[in-house]
Design a protein around this ligand. Structure first.
Ligand SMILES: Nc1ncnc2c1ncn2[C@@H]1O[C@H](COP(=O)(O)OP(=O)(O)OP(=O)(O)O)[C@@H](O)[C@H]1O
Ligand SMILES: N[C@@H](CCC(=O)O)C(=O)O
Ligand SMILES: N[C@@H](CS)C(=O)O
Length: 704
């Protein structure tokens, strides 16, 4: 959830004129924070998760399930709940008391879609292992409380996207016809977006800056009865309401792609994000770098997005769609204008590095929402070969940061983020620079949606340096969401404790991000990953205490050519380990287990944690399915599915009904047995182990 300031938002032509001022003030605010916080030490190791929900209106009787646009009313009801507020939960700024006590109730936030909600724990989680076991029940409490503040036919569900968003006809409650002046989408009304001025302005100014609507084209999945070539039948080529209606006549909707044209088709998706507070800036920078290569692996492992606008897509994750949905680059920045070579996918002229720039400062290879493009750690293992030689930065901003005392690497990182224009500018904020605030800095920072975010301490707070891990897709159950959160916490601790090294060239991380999009990438694809993650020195003594530890047995590696440091591995090999002629990778789960061996965790806690690690392990090996695979299977086995890639209202209703049912069973602790959902067992629930008093796992039958 980005910066929710208030005021008079400038339209793009006016915002553009003030962009440089905002950047300059943002850099001054950043330097102020940097100078105050650079020596900040011994911050607690806190972390927090963010769970995003869709709100649907569902009843057995109604023929369709719809998106409910009552976000504001639901948040109002949550804010008015005195019990929630007095127990530390509710809605930020409207909380009666600040989160306190060991278990404050959760906090709810708005999100981009007017059909979305976000919930976080009432206060960040601490370092204790036992706290990791509270995450799942806290997530269940969030879902329960959210539901209690909804109407009886409304449900918070954790599908990444709503399968029927943007289909012709009714898909929201209440119904609004497309298309409005802000998004100018031919598929969705402006009322689909949160009405807070930030969101419609973001959508409108992204479109305006770009010079046409966003083009969110995702390849359609070709089933046996899907025409080839396939033309998106929902595209209307005869609209003349807005100049942007010409986009499709100018080739915005190529054959074999599901065509979408508004920010909501990306930012209306739900994810699971984890924020870590580091003990100091050095540790934060290390976490940022070391977690970065894990991004694509976790994206593939959590894949949950196989349907868009009523059609099966040929990809499994949301990432590129969000990237395109907020891509504000002009044709010139994209390198489109004078080239004669047509891009295979978009059929528009592709980038030509040599054409002269007339209106833009540079050509920009990536959208504002993309995998991150540089490393920032002071780690001596960070080799020059890992950087992208073509990284675009604003040299004058870098010079200001260096002048202000920032080191080269961090100055480069921020000078890269600041190549962007601020999209939402409030007139009132331009009168005077306030160095006690961070609003101008946050303006740029919070609209650079990269897969990692390095978060300086907020101005005037005692919060520390934080790192946010952003690629994971939201999972259908709270068990899964807790499992992925807990896994990320444990692997982060292992990284720090064992001083692990996951560096690969950053451009390989980009390539991996693309790879993660493929259908069933988790089983079918290989990812670049570092072969030896262990430090080039004797492991710490805590690790050596376990003779079987994969860490303890590793010899130090001499410096080798960068290309020799990494290999292509399956997600299974990365997660569970592999031994081949080419590489001998221990696996992230064995590393986590080794870390748990090296610290003091009681048997019961260890057993509970292993139920989460089991999910990750089995997801990677294919024993359990990703949500994407399960959803595809659900559609394919539905009696009305005609094997033509169409996901109609009936199938969607069945799917959402199953998801609601799963949620209710999970809330009631009832397990999955007897649930009439095809192959549900393969999703995960039936396989969940449990811990008896002796720490032995119970069989799946016992927990049903
Ligand atoms: N000091 C902290 N250390 C670690 N995590 C924290 C800290 N403070 C808050 N968090 C957690 O960070 C997550 C995001 O918090 P919040 O939504 O307030 O931040 P934000 O800056 O709006 O997030 P985003 O980066 O997603 O826009 C939550 O899970 C919260 O519990
Ligand atoms: N919902 C977005 C993230 C929004 C945010 O940056 O808070 C996603 O799925 O990645
Ligand atoms: N919620 C995200 C996406 S619009 C943000 O506010 O930045």
């Amino acid at each position: 959830m980005g910066l929710l300031a208030l005021g008079t938002a400038l339209d793009w032509p006016d915002a553009q004129k003030r962009a440089q001022q905002v950047r300059e003030w943002g850099i001054k605010q950043l330097l102020e924070i940097w100078n105050k916080a650079k020596y900040k030490e011994r911050d607690a190791m806190l972390w927090g998760d963010e769970v995003e929900y869709l709100v649907v209106r569902y009843s057995n009787e109604a023929p369709k399930v719809l998106l409910s646009l009552r976000q504001a009313d639901i948040l109002k009801a949550l804010a008015a709940d005195e019990e929630l507020a007095t127990k530390g939960g509710g809605v930020p700024d409207l909380q009666v008391v600040k989160p306190q006590g060991s278990n404050p109730l959760p906090v709810f936030h708005p999100e981009f879609g007017r059909f979305m909600l976000e919930a976080t724990p009432g206060k960040p989680w601490g370092i204790g292992f036992k706290e990791l076991l509270d995450v799942e029940s806290d997530m269940k409490t969030r879902r329960r409380i959210a539901k209690e503040h909804m109407e009886s036919e409304e449900y918070p569900i954790t599908l990444t996207t709503f399968p029927r968003l943007g289909v012709p006809g009714v898909f929201t409650d209440p119904y609004y016809p497309p298309s409005g002046p802000k998004l100018r989408s031919q598929f969705v009304p402006d009322e689909i977006a949160n009405p807070h001025i930030r969101f419609p302005t973001l959508a409108a100014n992204i479109r305006w800056r770009r010079g046409r609507k966003v083009q969110v084209n995702v390849p359609v999945f070709h089933d046996v009865n899907t025409p080839n070539p396939w033309k998106d039948p929902t595209v209307n080529y005869d609209l003349h309401n807005w100049p942007e209606d010409d986009d499709v006549r100018n080739g915005a909707a190529p054959d074999n792609f599901i065509h979408m044209d508004g920010m909501v088709f990306g930012m209306g998706s739900c994810c699971l994000q984890i924020t870590f507070q580091a003990k100091n800036i050095t540790e934060g920078r290390k976490m940022y770098d070391q977690l970065s290569p894990l991004g694509p692996i976790m994206l593939a492992l959590t894949a949950a997005t196989p349907i868009y606008k009523g059609f099966l897509a040929d990809t499994d994750v949301r990432w590129n769609q969000i990237s395109r949905a907020v891509d504000d680059r002009t044709a010139e920045e994209l390198g489109e204008k004078v080239s004669t070579v047509l891009d295979n996918i978009t059929k528009t002229p592709s980038a030509n590095e040599h054409q002269p720039l007339k209106e833009s400062r540079w050509r920009i290879p990536k959208s504002r929402y993309a995998s991150n493009s540089t490393y920032i750690s002071t780690d001596p293992r960070l080799r020059p070969e890992y950087f992208d030689p073509n990284l675009v930065i604003d040299e004058s901003i870098k010079a200001q940061l260096l002048e202000g005392g920032m080191d080269d690497l961090l100055a480069t990182h921020f000078a890269h983020l600041f190549i962007r224009d601020p999209i939402v500018i409030f007139n009132e904020d331009l009168e005077e620079l306030d160095l006690t605030k961070a609003d101008h800095f946050e303006n740029l920072q919070s609209t650079n949606w990269q897969h990692m975010r390095f978060k300086p301490p907020p101005a005037g707070s005692d919060i520390g340096w934080r790192v946010e891990f952003r690629p994971m897709e939201i999972q259908i159950t709270d068990f899964e969401n807790a499992a992925f959160s807990v896994f990320m916490v444990l692997i982060t601790r292992a990284i720090l404790s064992f001083d692990l090294n996951f560096y690969i060239p950053i451009v390989k991380v980009d390539e991996n991000m693309e790879t993660a999009h493929a259908r069933d990438a988790v089983l079918e694809k290989k990812f670049y990953f570092r072969k030896n993650p262990f430090p080039n020195r004797t492991p710490r003594s805590t690790v050596g205490s376990n003779a079987n530890s994969p860490i303890a047995s590793r010899p130090a590696t001499p410096v080798s050519p960068v290309e020799d440091e990494y290999a292509l591995m399956t997600v299974d090999e990365v997660i569970n380990g592999s031994k081949s002629e080419e590489h001998d990778f221990p696996g992230l789960i064995p590393i986590v287990e080794s870390y748990l061996d090296s610290v003091n965790v009681d048997v019961q806690t260890r057993c509970e944690l292993s139920t989460y690690l089991d999910l990750i392990r089995k997801r990677a090996s294919g024993e359990l399915w990703t949500a994407a695979k399960w959803i595809r299977h659900f559609v394919a086995s539905h009696p009305t599915y005609k094997r033509d890639s169409v996901v109609d209202d009936e199938i969607t209703k069945g799917l959402v009904s199953a998801v609601i049912d799963i949620g209710e069973r999970e809330q009631a602790g009832r397990g999955w047995k007897g649930l009439n959902v095809p192959e549900l067992a393969r999703l995960l629930g039936q396989f969940r182990g449990g811990c008896g008093s002796n720490g032995v796992k119970r069989s799946s039958d016992e927990i049903n």
